[in-house]
Design a protein around this ligand. Sequence first.
Ligand SMILES: [Zn+2]
Length: 171
Amino acid sequence: MEGKSLQLLAALRRAQSITQTGRELCGSDIITCEAHGEQFCPDCGYSFTEINHEARHEARRRKAIKPPNTALGDGLLMSGTEVRMPDTTGENNPPNHLDGQIGGVLIEEDEETDFAGEQCYVIQYGKQNAYMITYSVESVHEEWQVKTNGQYVSASKYMKLLSGDESDEED
Ligand SMILES: [Zn+2]
């Protein structure tokens, strides 16, 4: 038992001493082992791959964010546009909508998301926009709502209003 707790102590000490910060292409801070500079190091017995994966993609998202009212491209909502992913589960009273704002746009490279390879909005939400998610442009336009004049309308309707097409077939 004593041997085991000593081992644990040694592992903890090692964990505290290995966190060397490296810099990568996108400017994210990644963690590597100190001895070899590896994210996944069998010699040291550490894997920082998952943590670094998150940091890297978060840095890409942060980088994509533009100041409010920046045009992001043809047929795209502007940055700063207030959007809502409606809670359609019917399980929450009141409904648990996700309210946020368009931060920017990128091609999602994170293979662990549902939208890998797709053009996605970076949506900021939470207190002081502390959180970010990516959601495909196509899905936002089809499923989400946009706040205009104090109320939420479907994004598709909002896009029509923007394009000057007043015909109102769907809602
Ligand atoms: Zn190592």
